[in-house]
Design a protein around this ligand. Structure first.
Ligand code: ARG
Length: 570
């Protein structure tokens, strides 16, 4: 990717004694006051080597580089060389690169093909896939795309919650009150009703809890009937989850969930014992973490059954062996902060240096405008219902806008689902937020539909221009026509896109991309309103179409990183 700063450093290096281009690059500043130029180079450090006053050095450099096509103007002010970029040269570099790279604009090789695991979604089997799950699912999906774009080899894992005492409860409830027909017809809703019923009954009859525990132990020991029921619940649930993943366009490389580690835990327990980390406490096995200001990590219960945390430790060790990751990323709600701190600490105590490469990426809560949900009492908002409603509502809106009949279904899907995903990714992930239909589907706000609409608008400008943009060669075009303020602001935003992607990756924060895509859309719309694109003058028209094409491409690449489609028409 073109880096203006390093190009400038090369130009300066030819005039400067005693400093390498890389050292010069590190010294170049971006003045906060743009009347002092786009870039500035301080000459204090050169005084010693060049044996001249810094201001004189600056004056000499300014004169020597003034004619370089990179700059519109170069000024010396005290010890500084202030450089104003040539707008058309900058546009040529930036737009030329976008055109050449196309769908790969913004891609880099920062990751050098190193393996990174992104674990996301990870719902619990036989429980509803509800609106709360959208967070890990959609944020994790975007993080995996960003890391892929940065040149890492990404392994996408869905750590299904397919194990644990809740399956004991489910099996007990099914045997007491359930029937196979209902489960087949509507697996999750039915299994959920058993779960709710179990909790209601267990309040009256606590012995049910013991029965559930005993049933889970049977499952852990691989007893036939329990295992078959569990497998069946798992399969039926996965069918439902897959429907939602398909709607969202999300997939995984591995569905190795908690149960996958059941046969790997004994070795880990032994290892913990050998390393002297296990302690007995009221019949249970724990790792004491008091010294580190945390409650103990409960490794096995008094009845010998394993726990969530044990499975996480086993999974991390397995993943290190299998994938040799440089980063192992967990996109999981902030309610589980302590859980992750605890078991990362256990890994450290086990002597695994790579515990440092395990990263918990937390996020806040989502609630609905009309109140929150609670799985136990069955008041649940299913994600699938939300997505269907989004598509329905979008269909009504775009029908009014006159979208062609044969395109309405496809467009409503792209826009409705895109809107929900975009909304999810526009909030800083750690913040709690309230899901609001008005906000999600507002075509004029800072929303998915707004950005998609801008993409479709750019597409239609290009379509209607009658110009074959595939023949564009920025090197030969007169780009002084896109030197106006609105155009230049847009070019600057497009130029920054690769940096923004890298920044989003470093912060594990897709909303950095979302914000930038909104900025580009707004800048394009300002350009579109301020200037006529399809003008008489052929050179001017082509320059403006080139900018339109580059904006469309960058918006598309940005949406792709969010997991959202970019419609040609809307
Ligand atoms: N299944 C868990 C839940 O729904 C989330 C799993 C998170 N991942 C992990 N490795 N612990 O709360």
């Amino acid at each position: 990717m073109t880096n203006v700063k390093s190009e400038i450093a090369n130009i300066l290096a030819a005039q400067v004694e005693g400093l390498e281009a890389a050292e010069i690059e590190a010294l170049i500043e971006i003045p906060s006051d743009s009347s002092l130029g786009d870039y500035a180079f301080p000459c204090f450090k050169l005084a010693k080597v060049m044996r001249k006053a810094p201001a004189m050095i600056a004056a000499g450099i300014a004169e020597a580089i003034a004619e370089d096509p990179m700059f519109e103007k170069v000024q010396q002010v005290n010890a500084y060389v202030n450089m104003f970029l040539s707008k058309s040269n900058f546009a040529r570099m930036t737009l030329g690169e976008i055109l050449a790279e196309g769908d790969n604009y913004g891609r880099s090789n920062i990751g050098e093909g190193k393996p990174v695991i992104v674990e996301y979604s990870s719902p619990n089997i036989a429980k509803p896939f509800h609106i709360g799950h959208i967070r890990s699912t959609v944020i994790g999906n975007s993080i995996n795309k960003i890391y892929d774009f940065l040149g890492y080899k990404v392994i996408r894992i869905n750590h299904l919650g397919d194990y644990g005492t809740q399956f004991g409860k489910m099996i007990v409830a099914y045997r007491k009150w359930g029937n196979a027909e209902d489960v087949k017809n509507s697996p999750i809703k039915t299994l959920l009703s058993y779960y709710v019923k179990f909790h209601e009954e267990a309040e009256k009859d606590p012995a049910l809890e013991d029965e559930a525990r005993a049933t889970f132990t049977k499952l852990e020991h691989g007893e036939k009937e329990e295992t078959e029921l569990w497998q069946w619940f798992r399969e039926e649930s996965l069918k439902e989850f897959s429907r939602v993943y398909d709607m969202l366009g999300i997939s995984f490389d591995s569905y190795a969930g908690e149960s996958f580690y059941s046969d790997k835990m004994p070795a880990v327990l032994q290892e913990l014992k050998d390393k002297g980390l296990l302690k007995e406490s009221q019949g249970a096995q724990i790792v004491d973490l008091e010294e580190y200001g945390m409650t103990p990590a409960l490794i096995t219960k008094s009845d010998g059954s394993s726990l969530y945390i044990t499975r996480d430790i086993s999974a991390a060790i397995y993943r290190k062996k299998t994938y040799d990751f440089v980063k192992n990323i967990y996109v999981v709600a902030s309610q589980q902060n302590l859980h992750f701190q605890q078991w990362f600490k256990v890994l450290e105590l086990m002597g695994y240096d790579w515990y440092k490469d395990c990263v918990h990426i937390p996020f806040g809560l989502v609630s609905m405008e009309d109140g929150t949900m609670s799985t136990r009492h069955g008041r649940v908002v299913f994600l699938e219902d939300v997505l269907n409603k989004a598509v329905e509502k979008t269909r009504e809106i775009i029908a009014e806008k006159g979208v062609a009949k044969d395109e309405i279904d496809e467009t409503a899907k792209m826009v409705g689902i895109g809107a929900v995903m975009f909304n999810e990714l526009s909030n800083n992930r750690i913040k709690d937020y309230v899901f609001s239909w008005d906000k999600v589907l507002n075509f004029d706000g800072e929303t998915g539909p707004y950005v998609q609409y801008t993409h479709a608008r750019a597409s239609s400008v290009l379509r209607n221009s009658g110009v074959d943009t595939r023949r564009f060669d920025p090197a030969k075009m007169d780009l002084s026509y896109i030197g106006g303020d609105a155009a230049y602001e847009l070019v600057k935003l497009l130029y920054r896109f690769p940096e923004v992607v890298a920044d989003a990756g470093e912060k594990y924060e897709p909303s950095v991309v979302t914000r930038h895509v909104i900025d580009i859309a707004q800048a394009f719309n300002k350009f579109y309103h301020d200037e006529h694109i399809n003008v008489e003058n052929e050179d001017e028209k082509q320059a403006k179409l080139l900018l339109t094409l580059a904006a469309k491409q960058t918006i598309k690449n940005g949406l792709e990183l969010l997991g959202i489609k970019a419609p040609e028409k809307m």
